[in-house]
Design a protein around this ligand. Structure first.
Ligand code: NAI
Length: 337
């Protein structure tokens, strides 16, 4: 089977080839790697493939799915957990198989959230630059002791639970909001409604998926409901936050600090080097001028362990498709083969 891998980075290729060689040596999987993201303009790159492998910013809406189908593509494997970029209803209508990697080291994302919290809190980003310039002054680097502070976790699934475990270890009071909470959370913290979580938390961290119901969950009203000076962390999906409203809350000095690993308009910007370009996104450019804002480029998942797991599960998803076996990772089962 031929598979075109879109939005492929050198590390994707490295981990895929390594895993294919060591764990799937008997399989009949042949990969072509394309650096371009999948969209209407790049559809033709999938010609001759029976499957495509995509990532978070590839667009698989109705016209793209229909175009892929016309070219003979019958399977879509996502090398991520979130699937908000795929029109599953259309895939189902076309009988296309869609599978994802439901979890790859949830701890990797939770640990990145903690790295963001402590970098912002203890001003490590500023301290690093100061010391390199020979400036050892502490003024402007004042942080807070996390022990005893309240951390609100929105979405208590795999990543939310991992973060709850870590923050409990810091001695924090942990609050969680989730319409379908997991029982495990009760051992770590207290489940509350969203207004209570926003009002009581010193740090709010988002770990729910992007769905129509969660789009702009953090809007101007939610920001106003947060504790003055609180910190907001988003390692989930950019669309959970109304970014211009966040910029206003920062300018009003109501929101104390912001760290984002994901951004609503990240597609076309993240995962690429723009250091020699002019970035035409004024909201993102404004965000990075704040001393109390930290932006990372969707690297929460980026650990060796997670990349190995992504490659292993994705290749397994392709083999399950080929073999026609039931696969719990399938979002849409194949109906044409
Ligand atoms: P999960 O499916 O285990 O947990 C998500 C939780 O959110 C579930 O418990 C669900 O009930 C809850 N939820 C649904 N609607 C909600 C709402 N309206 N309010 C609050 N909670 C709600 O997913 P997991 O593995 O914990 O991942 C969470 C998100 O993290 C993914 O959807 C993905 O967007 C993001 N992610 C980001 C990565 C990165 O590199 N930055 C890597 C992997 C995932």
């Amino acid at each position: 089977m031929h598979i075109t891998v879109f939005s492929a980075q050198p590390y994707d290729q490295r981990f895929f080839e390594q895993t294919c060689h060591t764990q799937f040596a008997d399989s009949d999987l042949h990969f072509t790697y394309q650096a371009s993201a999948l969209g209407m303009k790049t559809l033709a790159l999938a010609a001759g493939s029976q499957a495509v492998c995509v990532f978070v910013n590839d667009v698989l809406d109705a016209p793209v799915l229909e175009g892929l189908y016309e070219q003979g593509v019958r399977a879509i494997v996502l090398r991520c957990a979130g699937f908000n970029n795929v029109d599953l209803k259309v895939a189902e209508r076309l009988g296309m198989y869609v599978a994802r990697v439901p979890a790859y080291s949830p701890e990797a994302v939770a640990e990145h959230a903690v790295a963001l919290i402590q970098t912002l809190n203890r001003r490590i980003h500023r301290a690093y630059n100061r010391v390199r310039e020979g400036n050892f002054q502490l003024d402007g680097l004042l942080g807070m002791t996390l022990h005893g502070k309240t951390v609100g976790i929105v979405g208590t699934g795999k990543i939310g639970l991992a973060l709850a475990r870590i923050m409990k270890g810091f001695g924090c009071r942990v609050l969680g909001y989730d319409p379908c909470p997991q029982e495990d959370f009760n051992r770590l913290g207290e489940l509350v409604d969203l207004p209570t979580l926003l009002a009581d938390s010193d740090i709010v961290s988002l770990h729910c998926p992007l769905l129509p119901a969660t789009e702009h969950l953090i809007d101007a009203d939610a920001l106003a409901a947060m504790k003055p000076g609180a910190m907001l962390i988003n390692t989930s999906r950019g669309g959970l936050i109304d970014t211009p409203a966040v910029v206003s809350a920062l300018k009003m000095r109501h929101l104390g600090a912001l760290a984002i690993d994901v951004y609503e308009q990240e597609s076309g910007i993240f995962f690429k080097d723009h250091s020699d370009d002019i970035i035409d996104d004024d909201v993102l450019q404004r965000l990075v001028t704040f001393p109390n804002v930290l932006v990372t480029g969707h690297q929460g998942f980026f650990t060796r362990e997670a990349l190995s797991e992504i490659a292993e599960v994705t290749l397994g998803n392709l083999c399950a498709y080929q073999a026609g076996t039931d696969n719990p990772n399938a979002l849409v089962a194949a109906s044409h083969r």
